[in-house]
Design a protein around this ligand. Sequence first.
Ligand SMILES: CCCCCCC/C=C/C(=O)SCCNC(=O)CCNC(=O)[C@H](O)C(C)(C)COP(=O)(O)OP(=O)(O)OC[C@H]1O[C@@H](n2cnc3c(N)ncnc32)[C@H](O)[C@@H]1OP(=O)(O)O
Ligand SMILES: Cc1cc2nc3c(=O)[nH]c(=O)nc-3n(C[C@H](O)[C@H](O)[C@H](O)COP(=O)(O)OP(=O)(O)OC[C@H]3O[C@@H](n4cnc5c(N)ncnc54)[C@H](O)[C@@H]3O)c2cc1C
Length: 730
Amino acid sequence: MRNKPIANVNADLLKERKNCSFDIEELTNLIDGGKNQTARRREIENMLLKNMPFDIIPEECLSAKEKYENAVRKSVALNKIGVELVSQVTKAKELSDLTLTLRRVSDAYFREVTPFLLHLGMFIPTILGQCSDEQVAHWLPLAMQLKIIGTYAQTELGHGTFIRGLETTATYDERTEEFVLNSPTLSSSKWWAGGLGKTANHCIVVAQLYTKGECYGTHPFIVQIRDMDTHMPLKGLKVGEIGPRLGFQTADNGFLVFDNFRIPRDSLMMKHAKVLKDGTYVKIARHSKLTYGTMIFVRVLLVSEMAFNLSKAVTIAVRYSAVRRQSELKPNEPEPQVLDYLTQQHKLFISISTVYAFQFTSNWLMKTYHTVQANMKHGNTDALPELHALSSCLKAICTSDCSAAIEQCRFACGGHGYMISSNLPSLYAFTTATRTYEGDYTVLLLQTARFLVKTWEQVELGNAVTPMVAYLARHQNREAWDESPEGIIRAFEAIAAGVYQTESVRSVSFGQSDAIKDVMKQLSDLYLLYWSLERTGDLLTTLKSTLGSYDGRVYERLMEEALKSPLNQEPVNESFHNEPEPQVMDFVSQQHKLFIGIASYYSYSMTALWLWDILTKVTSELGVGKTDRLPESHGRAVFMSVFNSEMEKSVSSLSAPLQAVLRQLVELYLYYWTLEKRGDLLLVLQSTLGSYDGRVYERLMEEALKNPPNKEPVNESFHKYLKPFIQGKL
Ligand SMILES: CCCCCCC/C=C/C(=O)SCCNC(=O)CCNC(=O)[C@H](O)C(C)(C)COP(=O)(O)OP(=O)(O)OC[C@H]1O[C@@H](n2cnc3c(N)ncnc32)[C@H](O)[C@@H]1OP(=O)(O)O
Ligand SMILES: Cc1cc2nc3c(=O)[nH]c(=O)nc-3n(C[C@H](O)[C@H](O)[C@H](O)COP(=O)(O)OP(=O)(O)OC[C@H]3O[C@@H](n4cnc5c(N)ncnc54)[C@H](O)[C@@H]3O)c2cc1C
C-alpha cells in the first residue's frame, strides 16, 4: 500500500514533487530489494509505530538522568515487539531484513541511541563470531530473547587503538578451573562500552589471557557483571557511567574495574582458542586476527549506517530548502526558494550522490563479507587481509565524509539547522563519533596502506594480486596512485566508485523501466524523490525533524516544539519571584576574591619575616639594585615555599581548628597561584585531557565518579522497566 496523501502539504513541496519523472513506488521497491520486501517493511514499520510509546516532553529538554530513563522505557517497548517478531522468523534472510528494519525504526525512535545498541550491534555478533557451537547454543537464545543484556568492553582508559596493549588480565587458576580478572592499573579500567554504565548485566571483556605462567595475548570472555534480580554490581567489580559526552547521551557508556573477579573457565569464548581444564592453551584459529572479527563486522555495518544517517540529514535539508524562501532577487517578485540557488544545490546534491555511493558500496561490501565468512567456515582465510583492508578504509572514509556532509546539511538550513529539534545536531553528534569508534580514521587508513604496500610489492615482483587491487598493476593507473595518504584515499575512492557504478548499473539492468534507468543516472534527483515518497506515515516521526517533515510545515513545527519546552510551561519562571537574595559572600567569585586576599596576607607576612633574615645574603648574591630583576615566577615560587614552610613552623603550637584553617589558607594560596600564574591549563581549558599535570586518567575517573548516575547503584528504570521485561512480566 502506498502512503496516503497528507493534507496541508506546503505548496512549494507539492510543486517540487510534481516534477517527478518516474514511478516512485518502483524506485522504492528497487531500494528495498523487491515489492514484497517493501510491503513487509511497511507492515512492520506501521505495526511498530502504532504500538510504541512516544515522548511526552521533547527528549532534548530532559535532564541526563531523565533522558536515560526515557530511553529505557522506549527501548523496552521496542524490544518487546522486536523479540516477538524475531521469534516468528525462520529464514536467515528474513531475519537480516527484519533486523535492519528494527534498527531503522529504532534510529527514528530515539533522538540519540538506545542503551541496547551494543547488545544488538556487538554483543550478539560477538557470540556468533567468537563462541564455540556449544556456547552459541547456550548464550544466543538468552541474548536474542533479551533474557540477558550485554555489551562489549574492549577499550580501556589507556588503550583503545592498540589492542595488543590492553592491560586487563585473565589468569587461569587450574585449582578452581576459573579465570581471575584483574585491572592492575588505573589505565586498565574498561572505559566507553555502551550500555555498561547502568543497563547491561553481561559484558564481553577483552583481556590478556595468562595460563601456566604464559601470556597468550588478548581474548574475549563473556562475563556476568550484575545480579540478575537486584541488578547490583557483583562483588569484585567497580562499574559506573563515564559522564556527559557530545552525543550518545542515552547509551550509558560505562567503566568497569576488576579486583580478583572470578569467572568459570568456559567464560572464555572458545571458537578460536581453548584453555583445557588443566590449563593447557589450545589454538584453533587459522588466522591470528580472527578474534578481531566483530570489529570487521561493525565496520562493514557502519557503511550502511552512514548512508542512512546522511540520507536523513540531506532529506531534512532538501525539504527545508524547498520550503524556505530568502532574499529579494527581483523587486516585487516573491523571494525564491533557497533550493533554487545553485550554491545551495551544490551543498545538497553532493550529499545526495554520496548517500547512493555509500549505499551501493555497502550492499556490495556486506555480500563480500558474507562470502569471506562462508569461506572461513571451510577453513579458507585467504581473503581476510583484503576484507580487513577494505572494511577499514571504507569505514574510515564514509564516517569522515558523512559527518562533513551532515555539517553541510546543517549549514544549508541556516540558523534553524542549529536547533536540536531540526535533528541535524544529533545526527552530527552520532556520526562524528563513528569516525573515532570501531577504529580511528587515521589508524584504519594506515591499516589499508599497509595492505596496499604489501600488494604493491607483489605487483613489483610480477605476482598475481586480487581483482580489487589489480588496478595497481595497470600502468596507466599509476598516475592516480602515489604513496601519500591522499593518493591511497584517491585510489580507494576510485574502487568504491567502481563498485558503486557496477552495482548501480547491475541493479537497474533488468526489470526496470527506461525512466528509472535514466533517473538512476541523476543521483541527486533520485535520492530526493526516493526519500520523499518511500516513507510511511508522518515523516516527522521518522526523521524526527521540525525542518524535514513531509508536509513542509516548518514554521508551525518549530513553534509547536518551542511551546513544548518546559521553560514555556509557566509564563514567569519561579526563580524570578522566589529565589532568596543571596549574600554576596555566597558567590564563589566573591569567596575567590576574599579568600585569596586572606591567604596572600598570611603569605606576605610570613615571607617578610623570612626575607628580612636573608636579605643581606640575597642582595650580596644578586647585587644591590638588581633584585627587581627577579623573574616574577621565581618570586612567586619563593612566596609559595616560604609560606608553606614558615606557616608549618609557626602553627604547630596553635589549637587544631586554627591549624586546620591556616593550612587550608596555605593550600588555597598554592593552588590559586598554581592555576593563575603557573599556567595550569586545566583552569583555562576546562579539560580532563589537557590539564597541566597530565593526570588524565585520574581526572577522567574522578569526573566519572562525580557523575549523577553513579550516585545510585541501580537506576529506578531497572525495577520499573528492565526487570519486568527480562522476567517476562511486562
Ligand atoms: C550499528 C552498530 C553500532 C555499534 C556501536 C559500536 C560502538 C563502538 C564500539 C567500539 O568502538 S568497540 C572497540 C573497537 N576498537 C577498535 O576498533 C580498535 C582499533 N584497533 C584495531 O583494530 C587494531 O588494534 C589494529 C589498529 C588493526 C592493529 O592491531 P594489531 O596491533 O594487533 O595489528 P598490527 O600489528 O597493526 O597488524 C598485524 C597484522 O594483522 C592484520 N590485522 C589487523 N587487524 C586485522 C583484522 N581485524 N583482521 C585481519 N587482519 C588484521 C594487519 O593487517 C597486519 O597484517 P600483516 O600486514 O602483518 O599481514
Ligand atoms: C561514542 C563512543 C562509543 C564507544 N563505544 C565503545 C564500546 O562500546 N566498546 C569499546 O570497547 N570501545 C568503545 N569506544 C572506544 C573506541 O573504540 C576508541 O575510542 C577508538 O577505537 C579510538 O581509540 P582511542 O580512544 O584509544 O584513540 P587513540 O588511539 O588514543 O587516538 C588518539 C589519536 O592518536 C592517533 N593514533 C593512535 N595510534 C596511532 C598510530 N598507530 N598511528 C598514527 N596515529 C595514531 C589517532 O589517529 C588519534 O588522532 C567508543 C568510543 C566512542 C567515542
